[in-house]
Structure formats: structure tokens, C-alpha cells
Design a protein around this ligand. Structure first.
Ligand SMILES: NC(=O)c1ccc[n+]([C@@H]2O[C@H](COP(=O)([O-])OP(=O)(O)OC[C@H]3O[C@@H](n4cnc5c(N)ncnc54)[C@H](O)[C@@H]3O)[C@@H](O)[C@H]2O)c1
Ligand SMILES: O=c1ccn([C@@H]2O[C@H](COP(=O)(O)OP(=O)(O)O[C@H]3O[C@H](CO)[C@H](O)[C@H](O)[C@H]3O)[C@@H](O)[C@H]2O)c(=O)[nH]1
Length: 327
């Protein structure tokens, strides 16, 4: 019997494309659904790309049936925090209502497994800077709320039906495919590693440091940066876990240690050999001083074994992409 299909929504985007390629290389039959609002057709290396909206129920129902899909990996979303503040309804429409529509199709088609892209933004500002899966969720922007609502819907649907899911809460994702096939080409990026690498190759004239008076070792914000290839591998671990019959669950995907803005910028300067024009700016509203994953559960339960837990590898691959992007 031919293998069941895996539907990857948002598979032309930065993270989804890395996962789709890794799945295809592992021998899975992948079909990508993406409206190309922020993604790139050239990011889809293997498997079919269907251009369309996750909220198009007719299209999605047809795809689930035609490709005999039993697993959905759901990446499609709008992801820019400040944009979610200025256009909250757009974010709830695309991320929350889009997910609801997709889930309805999955339930009707009897999809067995779903892996969902959630975010550390569901935590808001944890008191001690360490985010635990069973700790409070209190997102501070519409993006985080749109994702948390999706987690809730998934949890309720899994309780009511035979669907089982894994929600992965990503921390700060950066870097690119070490072979240079896929990377982050997001336009008007706001994320630190991407912005700093753009400056290092001369595509921006400066980098802002948002806040130098945080209660952190060097006064700048601390985050848990993870390499996109390790993040992609977590999705294959989640898939294997669900196939083994594992119950629905939620996991942080982070390394469990923090890096400051200044450490990131120092590394970008050292690896690029370029001095950046660094401008100290006031704190960015809504930024927690420090956000680091409690990172044990995913290793224990899913068996996730990161291979690129190294700031130089993260920045090095991000810089390589910035110098010579494939799209
Ligand atoms: N990049 C990060 O650091 C980060 C951190 C936490 C969580 N996430 C989550 O990971 C997922 C992927 O993010 P990314 O960084 O790859 O962003 P991205 O913008 O590169 O990818 C999102 C993809 O979804 C597509 N898309 C958006 N709305 C769609 C719709 N309605 N129908 C079909 N396709 C649609 C876009 O065209 C794009 O290809 C998102 O769900 C995001 O919330 C990302
Ligand atoms: O030009 C910049 C950009 C960022 N920063 C600082 O660098 C750190 C990281 O900021 P990012 O914008 O790179 O990422 P965030 O920590 O804001 O992460 C948010 O956006 C991510 C990607 O969308 C995830 O969703 C994540 O969960 C969500 O909290 C923060 O201290 C921020 O103040 C700067 O100093 N200058």
C-alpha cells in the first residue's frame, strides 16, 4: 500500500520548508499547502506545492482525500508581533480562524496526527525568565493570543475525537540549512539574528539594541536561540512519537540556556569580519528581559537530540545564507 501523505501547511515558509525537506529526505510523502503570502515557491524542494489558503475548506478537504493524508503539520500563520498589534483582527482571522477551519477538515477526514507550530510568545513574561510547559500562559500580544487559542482548540478537539497532536512551542529560531538550500528570506525582518546578518552583509546600515538596562548580565535582552535544523528534527521526533501512540502533549523547543543581544552581535561581527553600526535604543515595548525554555521534557519524552546547540553554527549558517541566498 502506498505511504500515507503528510500535509505541511506553510511549507514554503522559513521553518516549514526546512521541515518539509527533512520529511521528504526521510522518505515521507509530502504535500505543501501555502498561499505564498510570506513564503517562496523556490523553498519547496521536494513534494508537491499547492498554492492556496488553509481556510479554503473545499481545497483542504480535497487535498486530504487525494493524498490520503493521515498527518498534518501546521505552520501556516502570520508571525510578526508588532504587525499583530496594529492588525489584531487580521491575525485572529488568519491564525485562529484559519486553524479552526483546518481542524474542522481534519476532523471530518479522520486525520490521525497533527503537529502544531506554537510559540514561546504564549508565555508572556514569566517571573523568573524560565518558561515551563506546565507554567502559566499569559501572552502579551495578539500574535501570542492567536496561537494560544489555536492550542486550546487543538486540545479540545483531541479530547473529543481520536485525533492526537503535539504542540511545539518554539523559542527564538535562527540559522539556515547547513547545505544552503533553504534559509530565511523574510522581507522586512524584525528578528535579531536576521537583522544583524543583513547589516553584516551591507543590506542595512545599522542594528538597534533595544534596551541596555535589563537585569541581565550585560544589560541586554536574553533569549534561547535554536538552530532551525534542530527545530525541524523535533517535528520528525513528534511524528514518530504520535505514530508510536503517544498521547497529545505540548513541548518547549529550546536549548535551555540564554544568549544576550550583545553576545549575538559580537558573534555576528567576529564571524563576518565586519564592524556593525550598533545603536543603543530604549526598550521595545512588551519585550521580556529574559526568556529561556525549560528544555528537559522534549528530550525525555520525544527523545529530541539537538546537534547544533552552538551560537557560532547558528550565526554562521545565517550569515552564509545572507551572503548567498538561493531565493
Ligand atoms: N520564526 C520564529 O522564530 C518562530 C517562533 C515561534 C513560532 N513560529 C511559528 O512557526 C511557523 C512558521 O513560521 P516562519 O518563521 O517559518 O514564518 P514564515 O512567514 O516564513 O512562514 C509562514 C508560511 O505560512 C504561509 N501562510 C500564511 N498564512 C497562510 C494561509 N492562510 N494559508 C496558507 N499559507 C499561509 C506563508 O506564505 C509562509 O510561507 C508559524 O506558525 C509561526 O507562528 C515561528
Ligand atoms: O533589531 C533588534 C531586534 C531584536 N532585538 C532584541 O533581541 C531579542 C530577540 O528579539 P527578536 O525580535 O529576535 O525575537 P523575540 O524574542 O521578540 O521573539 C518573538 O518573536 C519570535 C518570532 O516571531 C517568536 O515568535 C517568539 O516566540 C516571540 O516572542 C530581544 O531582546 C529584542 O529586544 C534588538 O535588540 N534589536
Amino acid at each position: 500500500m502506498p505511504a500515507k501523505g503528510i500535509l505541511v501547511t506553510g511549507g514554503a515558509g522559513y521553518i516549514g520548508a526546512h521541515v518539509a525537506l527533512m520529511l521528504a529526505e526521510a522518505g515521507e510523502r509530502v504535500v505543501v499547502l501555502d498561499d505564498l503570502s510570506t513564503g517562496f515557491a523556490a523553498a519547496v524542494h521536494q513534494g508537491e506545492l499547492i498554492i492556496g489558503d488553509v481556510a479554503d475548506s473545499r481545497l483542504v478537504r480535497g487535498l486530504l482525500q487525494a493524498h490520503d493524508v493521515d498527518t498534518v503539520m501546521h505552520f501556516a500563520a502570520r508571525t510578526v508581533v508588532p504587525e499583530s498589534v496594529s492588525d489584531p483582527l487580521g491575525y485572529y482571522h488568519n491564525n485562529t480562524c484559519g486553524t479552526r477551519s483546518l481542524l474542522q477538515c481534519c476532523a471530518q477526514a479522520g486525520v490521525k496526527h497533527l503537529v502544531f507550530s506554537s510559540t514561546a510568545a504564549v508565555y508572556g513574561i514569566p517571573e523568573d525568565g524560565l518558561a515551563r510547559e506546565d507554567g502559566p500562559t499569559d501572552p502579551i500580544n495578539p500574535y501570542g493570543r492567536s496561537k494560544l487559542m489555536s492550542e486550546w482548540m487543538l486540545r479540545d478537539l483531541s479530547a473529543a475525537t481520536s485525533l492526537r497532536h503535539v504542540a511545539l512551542r518554539y523559542f527564538n529560531v535562527a540559522g539556515s540549512d547547513p547545505e544552503g538550500r533553504i534559509g530565511q528570506s523574510t522581507r522586512q525582518a524584525t528578528l535579531l539574528v536576521k537583522v544583524a546578518c543583513e547589516a553584516a552583509v551591507g543590506r542595512r546600515d545599522h542594528v538597534a539594541v533595544f534596551g541596555n538596562d535589563y537585569p541581565t548580565p550585560d544589560g541586554t535582552g536574553v533569549r534561547d536561540y535554536i538552530h532551525v535544523t534542530d527545530l525541524a528534527a523535533a517535528h520528525l521526533d513528534a511524528l514518530n512519537y504520535l505514530r508510536r501512540g503517544g498521547p497529545s502533549d505540548t513541548f518547549n523547543v529550546g536549548y535551555g540556556h540564554g544568549t544576550s543581544v550583545r553576545q549575538v552581535l559580537d558573534t555576528v561581527q567576529r564571524l563576518s569580519g565586519r564592524r556593525l553600526d550598533i545603536r543603543e535604543r530604549p526598550r521595545r515595548p512588551g519585550d521580556p528581559p529574559s526568556l529561556v525554555a525549560a528544555a528537559e521534557r522534549i528530550r525525555q519524552v520525544l527523545g529530541w537530540t539537538p546537534r547544533h546547540d552552538d551560537l557560532e553554527t547558528i550565526v554562521g549558517t545565517a550569515l552564509a545564507w545572507e551572503r548567498d541566498p538561493a531565493y
